[in-house]
Design a protein around this ligand. Structure first.
Ligand SMILES: Nc1ncnc2c1ncn2[C@@H]1O[C@H](COP(=O)(O)OP(=O)(O)OP(=O)(O)O)[C@@H](O)[C@H]1O
Ligand SMILES: O=c1ccn([C@@H]2O[C@H](COP(=O)(O)OP(=O)(O)O)[C@@H](O)[C@H]2O)c(=O)[nH]1
Length: 226
């Protein structure tokens, strides 16, 4: 049986986590779990956690750690027999520590994209809210302007993708993510990719994952075969 592979992708807003996650999931057959999409599903389904999360998201705040972990960990257990890629979680050191005690990660991908590029991308980002599909008027425009390719439904723009809010958002991301990145660096599982373009980063991520996904686990290597 193929072994289970667990990966996390991190990066500031607009760094291409959603775009790259979609490619990773498609190419390597990993289940993609986006914390933002999962929260929105819970909000739409009016679950208790969804109702609580909405009060924070509406104010532009992070959802408290205990709410996030209570929501995400059971979902991870449900898909425990699959290989997965987590996008948007963990976001804080407390979340990383809880995840740490629940499972061993194989790889953490960290995206490093210049600020000017992030600003430019988010200005042109349009989203199909029901599916989480992401477009960019320059990079990957929808076939028909303002409309989702698959469903034909209207696309929307996030309020906080406006340039004015971005500096604060990025600063906040850096402060919160730094200890998480340091933790994964110290564990030797952090892989950082720096470029202005997902299409340039993608071949490097793809070849790194090809090697890691087919490599035997250290425990499998040491287990004698009978
Ligand atoms: N791990 C998390 N911890 C706390 N809050 C979270 C977490 N993941 C998502 N959220 C909340 O859900 C909101 C939407 O998340 P989502 O990842 O879709 O977008 P974002 O954080 O605005 O960034 P991006 O532009 O990278 O997509 C966040 O603004 C935050 O309030
Ligand atoms: O090389 C790239 C990668 C992404 N994008 C666009 O940049 C925006 C942010 O990407 P994404 O939502 O994947 O990033 P995230 O916020 O999830 O990290 C989206 O409009 C993408 O279509 C882009 O223009 N060039």
């Amino acid at each position: 049986m193929a072994r289970i592979f667990r990966a996390v992708i991190m990066g500031p807003p607009g760094s291409g986590k959603g775009t790259i996650s979609e490619r990773i999931a498609r190419t390597f057959g990993l289940q993609h779990l986006s914390s933002g999409d999962f929260l929105r599903e819970n909000i739409d389904a009016r679950t208790e956690a969804g109702k609580l999360a909405k009060t924070y998201i509406k104010k532009g705040l992070l959802v408290p750690d205990h709410v996030m972990t209570r929501l995400l960990l059971p979902r991870l257990e449900e898909i425990a027999r699959h290989s997965w890629l987590l996008d948007g979680f963990p976001r804080t050191l407390a979340q990383a520590q809880v995840l740490n005690s629940a499972c061993d990660l194989d790889v953490v991908i960290s995206l490093n994209v210049p600020f000017e590029t992030l600003k430019e991308r988010l200005r042109h980002r349009w989203i199909h809210p029901a599916s989480g599909r992401v477009y960019n008027l320059v990079f990957n425009p929808p076939r028909v302007k303002g409309v989702d390719d698959i469903t034909g439904e209207p696309l929307i723009q996030h309020e906080d993708d406006k340039a004015e809010a971005l500096v604060a958002r990025l600063r906040h991301y850096k402060d919160v993510a730094k200890p998480v990145i340091d933790l994964y660096k110290s564990k030797g599982i952090l892989h950082t990719f720096s470029d202005t373009d997902t299409d340039h980063i993608w071949p490097h991520i793809s070849s790194m994952l090809s090697v890691k996904i087919t490599a035997p686990t250290p425990s499998a290597q040491s287990t004698p075969t009978h």
